[in-house]
Design a protein around this ligand. Structure first.
Ligand code: MLC
Ligand code: AMP
Length: 496
């Protein structure tokens, strides 16, 4: 039987610790055997899941990895769900991906039951799945589809990014090579596990390398800093917002603690930032506080990681370095010309084995996202003194907040369903902690009153907390161009 490479490798790491979760160390051998049981229960006598979509909502843990591998080993497509999504957001994913069933820890089934019942979807506990006897598992080829991650973009509702096993393997292997991952590495995992940063860069690379992945339910500085001070980690990966929050924690600590935490960071062999622009000031402040020079890299759900500062060599604040191994990049100007010179900005386009296969059920959107086989990222960059620097995005309707990509159009569509809202325009405005925060300019229905607390209260049931407007302006009219279309840059200026 041919086995997926990540699982075959895990067999070789047998008694080493794969994951620390729930206060316990779990070996690679236990991960492999638990995933085999889950695969056998998912198959329930059939030979192969045949790319049926299996959704799961599980915090970072042995069970997250065992379910992901169990689905893969049974020939299914893994659809990880956000822990913090509101019900309408979950419903979109479950129905769009046409999932077969939902898996969750026993203790969390209650929260999902009303939605599962409404959608007539089976809801199963991990505990019940990870039992019984092993069974023969299918041979799953690398070209098979492995995972769907939902990502916001220039369409209102998030789209499903489909990656094959070969894509995921390429996304992992390029980072193993470029960043020198080894089996003696140890990394904390506190990022959400429905996005590539947590799934591929931390969990995927860690388990591929035979390293130890230390699971946290979410980012919480206090317990994390204690483990850092105990020199538990050699590698660390986070979004810029987390570095900003850690800087605040270090500055608020008394001197002995600050020294302990800083020493724990200083002894790591690699600290990486990505998913959003790392301000050069934060890069420098981190070095001042900890002696560590952050390695900034650039990536995207559709492609994995593409550009990276070097492991050895200059890590330039404000820049994202050079293409990773096996990733080919070009910059393309407004009229489609390929840019050959430094200092001339263009759109980043990407080719390589890590590039996703398709947007789920959206052949036309997929087609429009490629030109001559190159994936159009929608991000602008320029090469300066040999290194790429990200300049921003082509679309004003994409917002990055706390490392999450948000669609202004999706938020507007939701806000328009509020009874007091007649028209609205959503933009991202700069913020020191979050990179950008969501701001909404609203024209109310005549006579209707609206304030931010009331709008927030209403919106909480409908969207994840990182999508909530943090600023609200009630206006008589919105800035428009000659055609009557709302001009977003002018809306942004209204927020000062
Ligand atoms: C939360 N809050 C926000 C906010 N998010 N306020 C403004 N803007 C936001 N974006 C508020 C909450 O409402 C709450 O307020 C308070 O902050 C704490 O909320 P929380 O959810 O507990 O926040 P916290 O846990 O501190 O979350 C911050 C974070 C999280 C940075 C840990 O946002 C995160 O995990 N981001 C990573 C996302 C990620 O992995 N992206 C990668 C995508 S892949 P109150 O008033 O209620 O207390 C990708 C490709 C690549 O991008 O290149 O990697
Ligand atoms: P996502 O769709 O959530 O995978 O987010 C991908 C987007 O994050 C990219 O298209 C960029 O806009 C942004 N991004 C990722 N890394 C960086 C970085 N280092 N600097 C600036 N933007 C980044």
């Amino acid at each position: 039987m041919s086995e997926l490479e990540i699982i075959r490798r895990a067999g070789d790491f047998g008694s080493r610790t794969a994951l620390r979760s729930g206060g316990r160390d779990h070996t690679y051998a236990s991960l492999v055997s638990r995933s085999a049981l889950i695969a056998a229960r998912l198959l329930d006598g059939s030979a192969d899941l045949g790319e049926r979509r299996i959704a799961f909502r599980i915090p970072a843990s042995l069970d997250y990895a065992a379910v992901q591998w169990g689905i893969w080993r049974a020939g299914g497509i893994a659809v990880p769900l956000s822990l913090s999504a509101a019900e309408p957001e979950l419903e979109h994913v479950l129905t769009d991906a046409r999932v077969d069933r939902i898996l969750a820890p026993e203790a969390d089934l209650g929260g999902l039951r009303p939605l599962a019942e409404r959608l007539s979807l089976p809801l199963e506990s991990i505990e019940s799945l990870a039992s019984g006897e092993p069974a023969p598992l299918p041979s799953v080829g690398d070209s098979r589809r492995a995972m769907i991650l939902y990502t916001s973009g220039t369409t209102s509702k998030p789209k499903g990014v489909v990656s094959t096993h070969a894509n995921i393997r390429a996304q992992i292997v390029t980072l193993i090579d470029a960043w020198g991952w080894e089996k003696d590495d140890s990394i904390p995992l506190f990022l959400p596990l429905h996005h590539v940063h947590g799934i591929v860069n931390v969990l995927g690379c860690g388990l591929w390398a035979g390293a130890r992945v230390d699971c946290f339910r979410s980012f919480d500085p206090a317990p994390l800093l204690e483990r850092v001070a105990a020199n538990d980690y050699s590698v660390f990966m986070a979004v810029p917002t987390i570095y900003v929050k850690l800087i605040r924690s270090l500055e608020e600590s008394d001197e002995p603690d600050r020294a302990r935490f800083a020493a724990g960071f200083r002894q790591m062999r690699l600290m990486v930032s990505g998913s959003a622009a790392l301000p050069a000031s934060v890069h420098r402040q981190w070095t001042r506080l900890t002696g560590q020079e952050l390695l900034e890299r650039y990536g995207m759900t559709e492609i994995g990681m593409a550009l990276s500062n070097p492991l050895r060599g200059e890590r330039r604040p404000g820049a994202v370095g050079l293409p990773l191994p096996d990733v080919t990049i070009r910059l393309v100007g407004e009229t489609g010309e390929v840019i050959e010179d430094e200092d001339v900005p263009g759109e980043i386009q990407v080719r390589g084995p890590g590039v996703f296969s398709e947007y789920w059920d959206k052949p036309e959107v997929t087609r429009d996202s490629f030109v001559d086989g190159w994936f159009r990222t929608g991000d602008m960059a320029v090469v300066e003194k040999g290194y790429y620097r990200i300049m921003g995005r082509l679309s004003v309707d994409i917002i990055k907040s706390g490392g999450y990509k948000l669609s202004a159009l999706e938020i507007e569509d939701t806000l328009r369903t509020h009874p007091a809202v007649r028209e609205c325009a959503v933009v991202g405005i700069p913020d020191e902690t979050w990179g950008e925060t969501v701001a909404a300019a609203v024209i109310t229905q005549s006579g209707a009153e609206l304030d931010l607390p009331a709008l927030t209260e209403w919106a909480r049931a409908r969207m994840s907390s990182y999508k909530l407007p943090r600023s609200l302006l009630v206006v008589e009219d919105l800035p428009r161009n000659a055609m009557g279309k709302v001009t977003k840059p002018a809306v942004r200026e209204m927020f000062g």
